[in-house]
Design a protein around this ligand. Structure first.
Ligand SMILES: Nc1ncnc2c1ncn2[C@@H]1O[C@H](COP(=O)(O)OP(=O)(O)OP(=O)(O)O)[C@@H](O)[C@H]1O
Ligand SMILES: [Mg+2]
Length: 382
């Protein structure tokens, strides 16, 4: 199909988008106005993504950035989300934070159930006000580039204070801090800065971001994320902007914290090595859908989707000499014109006739391991 759009078509798209967005926002308002009581499917889970669809209504057509994604984040566990650039990892997590760019970005279908101490909430159907309480209080996010996340003209400590101040009533109600006063907030900040492995926390409190190295700033960002004792931490490529030795330190820190604070972590990365070290469960995404999910053991020892196998093969291994690192041939499909068959077929070395008929449903390989493929690869391969 040609990517060229005529003026008439372009105007039609814009008109249709406007209509669709209006209808979705109207529906959202109705749902927010009459909330329903919901339960988690399984009480061990902190978050349940249930057929989530987050689409962008762009001027060239609809981009189905996340298109029917279902997976769980159990309490206290780390779930790694992997896949090539553009496969929808960030939009999945931004949907959970409800930070997808509006109005063109919309959750069009599905639910994101989140177990808060005040009951189970469906993030897709919450008012902005309730959402503000959840962000920071129950969910915290660590971003890729720490240097741009802090205000360069303010000292670092007070920036952490500000986050605590913002949620101070909730934090007192939850017993995280005992008093709302300035001193008590500062005490919590310094404790958090110590917790992320910074010595001389009181000194660092008074420093400006430029006085700290990239790794130190990322530690401060992590302390900020932890300050409100969230039950979920979303780390979106937390180490990609750092050099390799610092990466390892930050990963060690995250792993160590995970055990101490008993939070769940959603770790987004395209680095399978990072996921192998950190994750209990792995979700593999491709073009807005989940192609395979399972325990880290399932995915590393028994990858079944040809795409997952391709990702594994393209991962460099220490002490293993290869002429040239494997790369999966072909390109991801155009996001505006997705095919009506398996999105990976045209790059897949195992593709057969059935792969061109429809998008494959998810099949269960074991109680923990699922794959969306007509021809999953059997047996141990790595
Ligand atoms: N504001 C937007 N408008 C239109 N399309 C968007 C917008 N934001 C994201 N997308 C599209 O949504 C898809 C998923 O993007 P997303 O940022 O989730 O990818 P990702 O998996 O996080 O990639 P990366 O590894 O590069 O961070 C992409 O095709 C992207 O082009
Ligand atoms: Mg991303």
């Amino acid at each position: 199909m040609s990517d060229y759009i005529s003026g008439v078509e372009a105007r039609k798209i814009v008109r249709e988008n406007r209509r669709a967005i209006k209808a979705l926002e109207q529906k959202r308002r109705e749902e927010v106005a009459s909330p329903r009581q919901i339960e988690m499917k399984n009480p061990v889970n902190l978050v349940e993504f249930d057929n989530l669809k987050t689409w962008f209504y762009t001027d060239v057509g609809i981009v189905k950035a996340v298109d029917g994604v279902s997976f769980e984040v159990p309490r206290g566990k780390t779930v790694g989300i992997v896949g090539e650039s553009g496969c929808g990892k960030s939009i999945t997590s931004l949907s959970l934070m409800r930070l997808v760019q509006k109005p063109q970005g919309q959750i069009v279908e599905g639910a994101i159930r989140f177990a808060t101490p005040e009951g189970v909430k469906d993030i897709a159907r919450l008012s902005e006000e309730e959402m503000r309480r959840i962000r920071g209080n129950h969910v915290a996010m660590i971003f890729q580039d720490p240097m741009t996340s802090l205000n360069p003209v303010l000292r670092v400590g007070p920036q952490v204070d500000e986050v605590i101040h913002f949620h101070v009533d909730d934090l007192r109600a939850r017993g995280v801090i005992t008093e709302a006063g300035k001193e008590s907030v500062k005490k919590r900040t310094i404790e958090m800065i110590e917790m992320v492995g910074i010595s001389n926390a009181a000194g660092v409190y008074k420093m400006f971001p430029f006085e700290l190295s990239g790794g130190m700033v990322q530690r401060v960002m992590i302390s900020m994320a932890l300050a409100c004792a969230p039950s979920l931490i979303i780390a979106d490529e937390p180490t990609t902007a750092l050099d390799v030795t610092i990466q390892a330190q930050i990963l060690d820190l995250l792993r160590d914290l995970k055990d101490r604070i008993n939070a769940s972590i959603m770790l987004i990365t395209h680095d399978l090595g990072v996921v192998a070290e950190m994750a209990d469960f792995v979700v593999v995404m491709y073009s807005g859908r989940i192609v395979e999910r399972g325990t880290a053991y399932d995915i590393y020892k028994n990858p079944a989707h040809p795409y997952t196998r391709g990702l594994m093969k393209s991962k460099p291994v220490l002490n293993h000499n290869v002429e040239r690192l494997y790369s999966i041939p072909g390109r991801v499909p155009n996001p505006v014109h997705m095919p009506n068959y398996c999105y990976f077929r045209d790059r897949c070395e195992f593709a057969g006739p059935e792969c061109g008929t429809q998008y494959p449903g998810e099949q269960e390989l074991s109680p923990s391991h699922r794959v969306a493929c007509f021809k999953p690869v059997e047996g141990r391969v790595l």
